[in-house]
Design a binder for this molecule. Structure first.
Ligand SMILES: [Zn+2]
Length: 349
């Protein structure tokens, strides 16, 4: 057991490597919540890198978090490849219409230069400024799109799922083109100072595609991408499994990732099955409890997560998804308090 207090970086990486930290790390997907706490609108955070960095540093100090999140923009690579993106005044950006209506449109896609194209230079500037602000002791966590998600958005969900049967070769060609763009941006994130790459793939869960389709069209591209980014210097990869993933966690755990940020699972059960391969992060309910619950509910649920997740390490305390924008700060404080009080190793309860 370490005698001195670890830095946030040491604490989080210890958990990723299967070593014991001094206490359970506390990490929240906090982009929306931080923007609101700082009194900003989304659109402002996409114009003013210093304001966004200040919002993340503010959360770090106020709640004792063990990492900061970049401002990520889910469709940024899709836009850099040619798709049209919308940034609403106070909501997350999106690509409203499929860019590749017909398979022949594949040649409309452009190769991506992360230093020049679309919003990517701005996102990279935020990561550089975040790293400068928090230094080497705190991990900067930056979001990268898996090739499957980008391909799916460029083509449109329904079209892409139909391509699996009607024109699988086209689907794979589109995945390769998306792969090149996603990896180029991922490497630029690492070069800009991202320590941990985080990702999510909500269009590839059990509600969207079969396990068989996942194994063929998503898994190999993700596995290759996370492996390539780690070779490029990413210290860890964190995969947020948004929605239901129960029949494919074994595939997910084999994608060169270090942490599964889970949603709607029993932590103890998950750990019993997968703790040799990955660490787990979660899963206080973000909407039911953090947003709508009382402080007492937050304390009770955080404690239950610690009870299931904390024994023998390999656990990061967190919510089950992004912390909603309008979450009462007192609830986040209540969660932080429980992690600090009961999360120290050796566990005292
Ligand atoms: Zn989620």
């Amino acid at each position: 057991m370490p005698e001195r207090e670890m830095s946030s970086m040491e604490r989080v990486l210890a958990v990723c490597r299967g070593e014991m930290p001094d206490r359970v790390p506390f990490v929240l997907t906090s982009r929306e919540f931080g923007i609101k706490c700082h009194g900003m609108k989304f659109s402002q955070a996409y114009r003013d890198p210093d304001a966004y960095v200040a919002s993340q540093v503010g959360l770090l100090e106020r709640f004792g978090l063990d990492g900061v999140y970049d401002i990520w923009c889910t469709p940024a690579v899709d836009e850099a490849m040619g798709a049209h993106m919308l940034i609403p005044e106070d909501d997350s950006p999106s690509v409203p219409d499929p860019f590749l209506e017909r398979p022949e449109d594949l040649n409309k896609l452009q190769p991506v230069d992360p230093q020049k194209d679309g919003r990517l230079p701005y996102l990279l500037e935020v990561v550089r400024k975040l790293k400068r602000a928090v230094g080497t002791d705190v991990p900067v966590i930056a979001w990268a799109s898996p090739p499957f998600r980008t391909a799916c958005m460029l083509r449109g969900m329904v079209n892409f799922y139909q391509d699996f049967h009607r024109r699988p070769e086209f689907a794979k060609e589109l995945l390769e083109v998306s792969y090149a763009a996603c990896v180029a941006y991922g490497k630029a994130l690492v070069d800009a100072g991202a320590d941990i790459i985080c990702t999510s793939n909500p269009v590839a869960n059990m509600d969207c595609i079969s396990r068989k389709a996942y194994a063929e069209f998503s898994h190999p591209y993700s596995k290759r991408m996370w492996g390539e980014l780690k070779e490029h210097g990413a210290k860890a990869v964190l995969f947020h499994t948004c929605g239901r993933w129960l029949d494919r966690y074994d595939l997910v755990c084999d994608e060169n990732i270090d942490v599964v940020h889970c949603d709607k699972i029993e932590l103890a059960e998950f750990k019993a099955k997968y703790t040799e391969r990955v660490a787990v992060m979660g899963n206080v309910r973000s909407v039911m409890t953090l947003l709508h619950g009382a402080e007492e509910d937050v304390r009770r649920e955080t404690l239950e997560c610690l009870r299931q997740g904390a024994p023998f390490g390999r656990y990061i305390a967190s919510a089950d998804c992004a912390v909603p924008r309008d979450t009462p700060p007192a609830n986040v404080q209540a969660m932080a308090g429980v992690v600090k009080q009961y999360g120290k190793y050796p566990l005292q309860w």
